[in-house]
Design a protein around this ligand. Structure first.
Ligand SMILES: [Zn+2]
Length: 395
């Protein structure tokens, strides 16, 4: 998981505030359905239908995404925004609101990219940004959103993976485009045709090895189909950037920078680590309930680092020297950052350090954690890590 966690906690706090009046009134979340249809290469339409009339549709603000890319279509509904919220407001209660959404190529700081566009016209939309809350006569109310998808004629549509928890199902991308997904073991793969061949090969090979290793080591075949998407933003800028994100049951990579075109050893190492790390999150979430919640990011990020180091070493994708060098560097990074302000690197580096300090193999700790969250529905937490680390160390 990338560029996500601090923001997720913020989101949670915000949602709690936003829903307090609703909780006081004891209103259950309102069932809402939405159809997302692709109208053209660069436009979509979202048609929200509310099971009871509402006077506003509210979303946590996501930078300028809605102010620049969303346009309300329903007459009498106006867009309002403030520091925290984007709202679509009506003076009359109504049961439908439609919005047109344009392609958006920017990144949002510390957040999922709203769109990952492919060079062949395909596009993936982050569905978490379609979920919000409603207002009824001034009272805020959560929503339970169910989405259906409609592509242009003949195009492939891949909906986000389904989870028992409806809102979790939306924390992933929906793909619209011309590609027919390739099958690779337990994964479905969509690859931008502009991806350099060496990189496609390496991602597929590493992904297959990792998925075999994690299945065997964590004794759990994947509960839901894994979808892996690789999109190319551009190969003109200097350097190399490969942004990866594991959202529930899905991995997306967005590539940019001209250095990615050439196959060189340090890039190969970086790609193997990133694939192993993202794949580890898939197994952390390979549960019927629980998994990654709102708890400190060091648990799942440091955990994914520890799982990745174990997997890279045991599959021989990295030498022991490479693994040791990486761990040493992480320790140094952690020492530098541990007393400073919160930072993503700290969650990774100090998280890895915390798991290394347990002196237990990553699979021993994580097998226990994954079973526990699946059995109890409790999200991963520091208390759970401490409790289970003690338990398995005692065995
Ligand atoms: Zn991660």
């Amino acid at each position: 998981m990338y560029a996500l966690f601090n923001f997720r906690s913020l989101f949670f706090i915000f949602l709690c505030l936003a829903t307090m009046p609703a909780m006081a009134e004891k209103l259950a979340a309102l069932p809402v359905s939405m159809q997302l249809s692709r109208l053209s290469a660069t436009t979509w339409q979202a048609d929200y239908v509310f099971s009871e009339a509402v006077t506003a549709l509210n979303f946590e603000k996501r930078g300028d995404y809605r102010s620049t890319a969303w346009k309300v279509l329903t007459p009498g509904v106006r867009y309002q925004t403030n520091e925290q919220m984007d709202s679509y407001v009506s003076s009359q209660p109504l049961k439908k609101i439609s919005v047109e959404i344009a392609a958006y190529d920017q990144y949002l700081p510390k957040n999922y990219a709203p769109n990952n566009r492919f060079t062949d016209g395909g596009a993936a939309l982050y569905m978490g940004f379609f979920e919000g809350a409603v207002q009824q006569a001034g009272i805020a109310r959560d929503m339970v959103l169910t989405v259906s998808y409609q592509g242009m004629p003949g195009e492939t549509v891949i909906a986000p993976p389904r989870f028992a928890d409806a809102s979790k199902s939306l924390n992933a991308y929906a793909y619209f485009g011309p590609q027919k997904p390739m099958d690779a073991g337990s994964a479905k793969i969509i690859i931008d045709p502009a991806t350099p061949a060496w990189l496609t090969g390496l991602i597929l090979e590493t992904g297959t090895k990792m998925s075999n290793y994690y299945s065997a080591t964590y004794q759990r075949p994947l509960a839901r189909e894994l979808v892996l998407m690789i999109s190319v933003a551009e190969f003109e800028s200097p350097g190399a950037s490969m942004k990866g994100g594991a959202t529930n049951g899905q991995i997306t990579y967005r590539l940019s920078g001209k250095s990615l075109v050439k196959d060189v050893p340090p890039l190969r190492s970086m790609v193997k680590r990133l694939v192993s790390h993202e794949m580890a999150h898939i197994w952390q979430e390979n549960v019927s309930q629980g998994g990654i919640g709102e708890n400190p990011a060091w648990i799942h990020e440091g955990g994914a680092e520890a799982m990745a180091m174990d997997a890279l070493e045991n599959t021989g994708l990295w030498s022991k020297d490479e693994v040791d060098a990486y761990k040493n560097k992480a320790s140094q990074t952690c020492d530098k950052l541990k007393d400073g302000p919160p930072a993503y690197e700290r969650d990774y580096a100090c998280g890895l350090q915390n798991f290394m300090n347990m002196s237990l193999a990553a699979p021993v700790v994580w097998r226990a954690l994954i079973s526990e969250t699946d059995r109890t529905g409790e999200y991963y937490s520091e208390a759970m890590v401490n409790r289970l680390a003690k338990q398995v160390a005692g065995k």
